[in-house]
Write a new protein. Structure first.
Lengths: 377, 377
């Protein structure tokens, strides 16, 4: 048994590392993807192109405008003189936000009426629009608050000292500067491993079937169990190597802190790899050509990534979809990744995720092995 | 170039596609599934975020403030705790996204006319959610503070104003800030990348891998006829998928369509030529299906997913990456899609995107023909 398995493993490793192209596939795409993903994936917004139409020309309106021009979130592209220009700027995509202060702004303020600030946002990208609107509100509220204080001070300087006030002291834990990269990089480790291990495993078996070498192997004394082990062990090791490679790159290149223990991450990675090998084998049992295997893996990969909470919070999905997310192994691995990277938590917190992956992995592998026996017979 | 020979090759390809019922059904189902996946699964409309509170004061005022949190749509006050470790644990394991702590001297400070600070401990491992949480909490606390101040002033016979400034926001093109309207148009680019590059590169690599390409070459068929015969069926499938996706977007997700349908079809055809040429090119270089699929992933799918502005705003990427996006056809196609669907930009304003896309189609088409030619000789 051990001897046969050893032969099978030797053959698999030779095949995996045989030529330059094969070695290239194993290591270069993950690194390239990590770099592109790490730089491109961000929901932070800064320097939103903004145009301003100030029809009031008062000290108050200028004060409000200067709060926007000094904010890192907005980048004032121009000061307009009439209303029609707003349409041009936004239609042609030269500005995402337009602020309009109507004549009579300062007057309304001084009379104690509510003065409006008109905001027009290009919501083609609904996310940018949502966040930009949030920042606009914060700036406007700051202005209103300061104006109120000034107003009270003018009425009576003594009052202001005794005015009660409530402030929010925010403490963003784990990621104090709110960097998108810190959120995405641990997730990339998981999603890249998922793509790589699933497709490699599926392809490895299907290729033998497509070329016809599977039958040749089956007439040798090797048993199906040995064949499966021989096929999966190399990809398990390659997967583990790639996880370490990508994880190291994330910490060293992108400077994402790693606060947990390596052993916790690796336990999670091993359990996750079991799930992925199971999925890859399952795909190979239902595909007879590599093209089929590719398309089928694609159908697994896309939902598995979208429903994992990789880029979009699971809590924003419709409830019936949220139940589906429990089937995505990546969902659990992402909690482990972000938990070890950012939160620095250990098994005492992450055991439910580990357990879920162990259960999913064992069932997937069992199912794959059962189906595989049938497919071979 | 003989039309009959071209038809013969195309017929062979169509028969091969039709024979493989699974690949065929997937090709037709895939756009449907991708549109549903992204339409339902991708959303950043954060609401009902789980919040734990710890009221150390237990006064009327602190309860008033907490009631505002309870009444808000954005927060879901799931538990009231009475010690710090429970709060920390809940944030660590993700049951709470935020912990609100009201200090023990909250009401006394307000009574004495001092500043009372409310603490918000935010799980910032997801920076976007944290940003939204902080924004809404700020607004809420500020609103409460204004109310407290106003009451205080009125008690002393002074006038004041609850909100001196109102922000009146209008969101253009996507009035309800629907994530689906922002995401779904870009899904077309994903679908076409998959059909064009993945499937074609695999079908042609398969011919090389199995040796049937040499058989094909030994027939009187010319290189151009082989290429066109192979690509035209996939072109048709791609265009069919464009119509399916658009139909789903308009009638299922109610995404607005404000531009011209002719422009949509024309730019889709151009993009299809681009991805088909790329897929063909890849298959000529790669020779094996595994290599072809991995290269296609890095060259077509990832750029369409990450660097096209489909999900992540290009303006927010590092400058170097922004330059790289200029040499990616997907960027121009996604830009056209978003404008045609949401903005209804007249065609003459789309030249900035249409011209580069046309150039890509011509250059890549010629390159692919040339590369294949050389390979034959």
């Amino acid at each position: 048994m051990i001897a046969r398995l050893k032969q099978m493993l030797i053959k698999e490793f030779i095949q995996a590392f045989r030529d330059k192209r094969a070695r290239f596939i194993l290591f270069v795409p993950p690194i390239v993807q990590m770099l592109i993903f790490g730089y491109a994936a961000t929901f932070e917004i800064q320097h939103v192109p903004t145009v301003i139409l100030d029809l009031d020309h008062s000290q108050e309106s200028r004060e409000l405008v200067s709060r926007f021009s000094s904010s890192p979130y907005f980048n004032v592209q121009g000061y307009l003189t009439n209303h029609r220009e707003i349409g041009d700027f936004i239609d042609q995509g030269k500005a995402t936000v337009a602020l309009q202060i109507d004549a009579g702004f300062a007057q309304s303020l001084s009379k104690g009426q509510t003065a409006p600030l008109q905001v027009i946002v290009d919501a083609t990208n609904s996310n940018t629009a949502l966040i930009a609107a949030g920042y606009i509100n914060q700036i406007a509220m700051g202005f209103a608050h300061d104006y109120q204080q000034d107003h009270i001070y003018r009425i009576s300087p003594q009052l202001i000292d005794r005015l009660p006030n409530v402030q929010l002291e925010q403490r963003p834990w784990y990621n104090p500067d709110l960097r998108s990269r810190w959120f995405f990089v641990p997730g990339i480790v998981g999603s890249l491993t998922l793509v790589l291990v699933t497709t490699l495993t599926a392809f490895a078996v299907v290729r033998e079937r497509e070329i016809g070498t599977l039958e040749q192997i089956m007439v040798t004394p090797i048993r199906p169990a040995e064949f499966i082990l021989g096929k999966t062990i190399p990809f398990f090791l390659i997967g583990l190597f790639d996880v370490s490679l990508i994880a190291t790159l994330g910490t060293l290149w992108f400077q994402v802190p790693f606060r947990g223990r390596v052993i916790v991450l690796f336990t999670g990675a091993i359990l996750f790899l079991l799930c992925m090998l199971g999925v890859g084998l399952l795909i190979s049992t239902v595909s007879s050509t590599q093209q089929q295997a590719m398309v089928t893996s694609f159908f697994f990969i896309m939902p598995a990534v979208v429903f994992s909470g990789f880029g979009f919070p699971i809590s924003t999905m419709p409830p019936w979809l949220q139940y589906l997310t429990y089937l995505s192994p990546l969902r659990y691995f992402l909690v482990v990744l972000r938990g070890t990277y950012l939160k620095g938590v250990g098994f005492e917190i992450l055991w439910p995720q580990m357990l879920a992956m162990a259960v999913l992995g064992t069932s997937l592998l069992t199912l794959a092995v059962l189906r595989f026996h049938k497919a071979v017979d | 170039m003989s039309f009959t020979r071209f038809v013969a090759v195309a017929r062979k390809e169509v028969i091969q596609i039709l024979r493989d019922t699974r690949s065929l059904s997937i090709v037709i189902l895939m756009p449907v599934i991708l549109v549903l996946l992204f339409g339902y699964g991708v959303s950043l409309d954060l609401k009902h975020l789980p919040v734990y509170v710890w009221d150390r004061d237990g006064s009327q005022q602190s309860q008033d403030l907490l009631k505002r949190f309870q009444a808000s749509d954005y927060f879901d006050v799931v538990r009231v705790v009475s010690d710090y470790p429970t709060l920390v644990r809940a944030i660590d394991d993700g049951r709470a996204k935020m912990g609100v702590v009201i200090p023990w001297d909250f009401s006394r400070r307000l009574h004495d006319g001092r500043t009372a600070q409310v603490q918000a401990l935010v799980d910032a491992s997801d920076d976007n959610t944290a940003n939204v949480l902080i924004g809404y909490s700020q607004a809420l606390v500020q609103g409460y503070s204004s109310q407290v101040q106003l009451d205080w002033l009125r008690k002393r016979g002074q006038s004041g104003q609850l909100a001196p400034l109102s922000v009146d926001t209008r969101t253009w093109y996507n009035e309800d800030l629907e994530s689906s309207a922002f995401i779904i148009p870009g899904v077309l680019a994903l679908v076409m990348s998959v059909i064009g590059a993945f499937l074609t590169s695999l079908t042609i690599a398969r011919e090389w891998e199995r040796g049937s390409m040499e058989q094909l070459i030994s027939t009187p068929v010319t290189a151009l006829e082989v290429m066109l015969g192979k690509l035209v069926p996939y072109f048709m499938i791609g265009m069919f998928d464009v119509v399916v996706c658009t139909g789903l977007a308009l009638y299922w997700f109610r995404v607005p369509f404000r531009g011209s349908f002719a422009t949509l079809l024309f730019s889709s055809a151009l993009f299809m030529v681009v991805v088909l040429s790329l897929g063909f090119f890849i298959s000529v270089i790669a020779k094996s299906q595994l290599a072809a699929s991995q290269i296609a992933l890095v060259v077509t799918f990832l750029p369409a997913f990450l660097l096209s502005g489909f999900l992540y705003a290009i303006e927010q990427m590092p400058v170097v990456l922004q330059w790289i996006t200029r040499i990616l056809p997907a960027r121009y196609y996604v830009s056209i899609l978003k404008q045609v669907f949401l903005k209804g930009t007249p065609t003459q304003f789309l030249y900035a995107d249409l011209v580069p896309l046309t150039i890509f189609a011509i250059v890549l088409g010629l390159l692919a023909t040339g590369a294949f030619h050389k390979k034959l000789i």
